[in-house]
Design a protein around this ligand. Sequence first.
Ligand code: SAM
Length: 233
Amino acid sequence: AARTGGDEKTAVKNYFNSTGFDRWKRIYGETDDVNKVQLDIRTGHAQTVDKVLNWLKSEGSLEGITVADAGCGTGSLAIPLAMEGAKVSASDISEAMVSEAEARWAEQSGGRGTKPVFEASDLESLTGKYHTVACLDVFIHYPDGKAQEMVKHLASLAEQRLIISFAPKTLAYLVLKRIGELFPGPSKATRAYLHAEDDIEAALREAGWKVTKKEMTATSFYFSRLFEAVPIS
Ligand code: SAM
């Protein structure tokens, strides 16, 4: 059934404060209470995070650089960036996710770096300016037009660098099939949206940004296209 943007967002928020929180905090964790599919997604997602960390570290020290991680989840990217000395603002639409990220910072940081500013906020409400804005695996929850609006809003917050990842439409068949397996039965609370690479690049271009790096991560059940973009001229 067609849902309006507002309802979609409410459904996503509720999911990530309940069933989705339980599911994804395990996938994004280290404990062995995950099934084979979830373990595969954990592995694929860790590869995306590693690629981002390698890109950013190879472009210079992160010490003191401001980073907004929009839709930070349990802090998989925000925590290592903050441990490298970046000044991280980590936000998520789900209060449960942000609390989990904050708890993981306390467990994992071991006194290194600067504690991120953790905040429950949808990315549409974020304001301010950041050297780098990152948004990993969030657009999957939003349809085309909405995702493009999100890209443009994120670009308006970023001064130098934008890092985004999304499930590409080119592998639509496989992804849909496997996401069907991932969210079986009653726990299927949200639907998954794939995005054409051209649509995301077009939104970036309209915002005055160009893609400078691309990566693709694919395991059996995890597909994510990763872009780095910078302002044109
Ligand atoms: N970026 C994290 C990572 O890669 O580890 C989490 C990815 S998880 C698949 C998607 C996250 O996006 C969830 O934590 C969810 O609560 C969050 N989210 C969904 N819609 C959002 C929105 N409109 N604004 C901010 N966060 C949102």
